[in-house]
Design a protein around this ligand. Structure first.
Ligand SMILES: [Zn+2]
Length: 270
């Protein structure tokens, strides 16, 4: 009897976690054409995150920079004045610390982010696509946190997640055995990625929390130094994120760190 109750509780636990992230049943069917999509606005609260990366990517992609350091955008969906204000607030936060410009345009233009607000989460195409328009969705939950909006715009600028960095293994241990089947590709390490010579930062606004896409409640990303502070946070943009953006866009010198070893690594007993 006790065993049965335990099983029921575990199953319920797994479902409530999945429920938090609003995981679509078939994410490739859901988002067939994007290099990088995010969904699940609850990531800000430290819940299971909704970020997926079909067949991508590197951490920094200088070849997908926006021309003229200018990101053009159109509100393609019905946004309230308050929601538009939040989007522009993110733009200000990014442009105040970088050489980037965000310019609202119209659908007759070419090469802009078409921002929709469908209720299926937060996601964005990765980098400048060179097409008439490219998509970003900011569902109602995403719009409540300006840092989630910025997370998506940083994807649109051409940055993937922190844990996809080629040197991430020096800083975190990915526990593939705990990751939901079908989501493991989101944890792919790209050996040819560029970190713009900025150290891996677990507290990057582009980093996942320790339980991202866990299928069993156990950790999927474990920091090698045992410090969890800031992992998966969506409350601030750390200095290191601005430095990366500036090196890619403003100084045109986003290259890779040659010595990929972290300064100090404390081995965890597993
Ligand atoms: Zn993301």
């Amino acid at each position: 009897m006790f065993k049965l109750i335990s099983v029921i509780l575990i199953v319920k636990g797994v479902f409530s976690l999945v429920g938090c992230a609003k995981l679509p049943l078939n994410e490739t069917k859901f988002f067939p054409n994007y290099d990088n999509v995010d969904y699940g606005p609850e990531m800000a609260g430290g819940y299971l995150e909704g970020d997926i990366l079909p067949d991508t990517t590197r951490n920094g992609l200088p070849e997908l920079k926006w021309p003229g350091n200018t990101v053009k955008y159109v509100f393609c969906g019905d946004f309230t004045a308050e929601q538009k204000k939040s989007v522009r607030q993110c733009h200000r936060m990014l442009s105040n610390r970088t050489c980037l410009r965000f310019v609202e345009t119209t659908k007759s233009d070419f090469g802009y982010v078409c921002i929709t607000n469908e209720p299926n989460g937060c996601w964005s195409a990765l980098g400048y696509r060179g097409t008439k328009s490219q998509n970003m969705n900011l569902g109602p939950g995403c719009l409540r946190n300006v840092y989630i909006i910025c997370h998506e715009f940083i994807h649109a600028l051409g940055f993937s997640h922190e844990h996809n960095s080629y040197n991430r293994d020096d800083y975190v241990r990915i526990r593939f055995g705990n990751i939901i089947d079908g989501m493991k590709y989101g944890f792919t390490k790209r050996v040819n990625s560029k970190d713009c010579r900025v150290h891996f930062n677990k507290a990057s606004i582009m980093a996942y929390g320790p339980h991202a896409f866990s299928k069993n409640g156990f950790e999927t990303i474990t920091p090698r130094d045992g410090v969890y502070t800031g992992m998966g946070q969506r409350r601030r943009i750390p200095e290191s994120d601005f430095r990366k953006i500036n090196r890619m866009y403003c100084y045109n010198n986003c290259t890779s760190t040659l010595n990929t070893k972290a300064p100090k690594i404390i081995k965890l007993s597993s």
